[in-house]
Write a protein that binds this ligand. Structure first.
Ligand SMILES: [Zn+2]
Length: 89
């Protein structure tokens, strides 16, 4: 949590949105209750700014998950062992 006084000041020209960063994450991870998810979705329908933010966030989360999956499938230590074996033959 930031205690900077700027954190409570909305961006210039923007209305203060009721959708928080945590709610955007919760929606993408399906961690919100039905009612909360519905409220967030309704807001996104009418707010291009939040919609763009959630879209960016979802792309980021997908990229992170892909990266994590790749790392789980082929850990660096395994690559090193395979390379070492290949050299030994
Ligand atoms: Zn909004």
């Amino acid at each position: 949590m930031s205690h900077s006084p700027l954190a409570s000041v909305p961006s210039i020209g923007a209305v203060t949105c009721p959708v928080s960063e945590a709610q955007a994450h919760g929606l993408l991870d399906a961690e919100l209750s039905g009612a909360e998810a519905g409220a967030v979705r309704r807001h996104l329908e009418g707010c291009a700014r939040c919609r763009a933010h959630v879209t960016r966030l979802s792309h980021l989360l997908v990229a992170l998950r892909r990266q994590r999956l790749r790392q789980e499938r082929a850990p660096a230590s395994l690559h090193a062992r395979v390379r070492a074996l290949a050299r030994a033959e």
